[in-house]
Design a protein around this ligand. Structure first.
Ligand code: C5P
Length: 219
């Protein structure tokens, strides 16, 4: 009994990644951060001096997905592409600023989704997968589907706490990325059957508990 696949979507800075990882740890499940695949491609294109807003460049980079390694470990996901461990490098503002161009390319979405679905199908005893389109496109038949939200001001403050820098700039780049991403997938409104968890007034632990509870209610 209980859930095997837990899908969590939400905007940038919603805390999806840390929440999803903590849920995975609590349940003894694997953890998949799908944004990391988009980020790894963006990193590779920038590394080669390319432009992620150029669709042909993005399509031309997709062969590198064969070399993409995602360790789906609740202790922390390592990301390797073409032999480079980019786990930390994909978290920079530079990559965040470039990643939407990759996400906008349908061929890239289809290619990474094939990988995600294979990982989810193989996951034992279960997996928490997070992103923007997990509840709707990657795993619409997941046992638990959550849209994790928080007011934008709260998300900016939390993200600012993570990355530091100029709070105004962090806010502007986060809002710009959401605006761009939401033109491709609607992760701001819950699809049918998706439970909204609004973390604006919840602590981290309360947010994790709310999702763990949904998973244990699942028959
Ligand atoms: O979640 P994270 O901020 O790491 O995602 C990075 C980017 O990858 C997002 O801004 C979005 O462009 C893209 N993405 C996506 N679909 C997903 C996960 C991420 O389009 N399922």
């Amino acid at each position: 009994s209980g859930a095997r696949v837990i899908a969590i979507d939400g905007p940038a800075g919603s805390g999806k990644s840390s929440v999803a990882r903590a849920v995975a740890r609590a349940l003894g499940f694997q953890f998949l951060d799908t944004g990391a695949a988009y980020r790894a491609l963006a990193w590779l294109i920038l590394e080669r001096g390319g432009d992620t807003d150029d669709e042909a460049t993005v399509r031309g980079s997709l062969g590198a997905l064969d070399s993409l390694e995602l360790t789906v470990d609740a202790a922390g996901q390592r990301v390797v592409i073409e032999g480079h461990d980019v786990t930390e490098a994909i978290r920079t503002e530079r990559v965040s600023g470039a990643v939407s161009g990759v996400a906008r390319t349908m061929a890239a979405r289809e290619a990474v989704n094939v990988r995600f679905r294979a990982i989810i199908a193989d996951a034992r005893p279960g997996i928490v997968a997070e992103g923007r389109d997990i509840t709707t496109v990657v795993a619409p038949d997941a046992d638990v589907r959550v849209l994790l939200t928080a007011d934008e001001a709260v998300r900016i403050r939390r993200r600012f706490g993570d990355v530091g820098g100029d709070e105004f700039q962090v806010g502007a780049s986060l809002a710009a990325r959401d605006a761009s991403d939401s033109r491709v997938v609607d992760f701001l409104n819950a699809a049918d059957g998706v439970t909204v968890v609004d973390s604006t007034h919840l602590t981290f632990d309360e947010t994790v508990d709310a999702i763990v509870r949904l998973a244990s209610e699942e028959q």
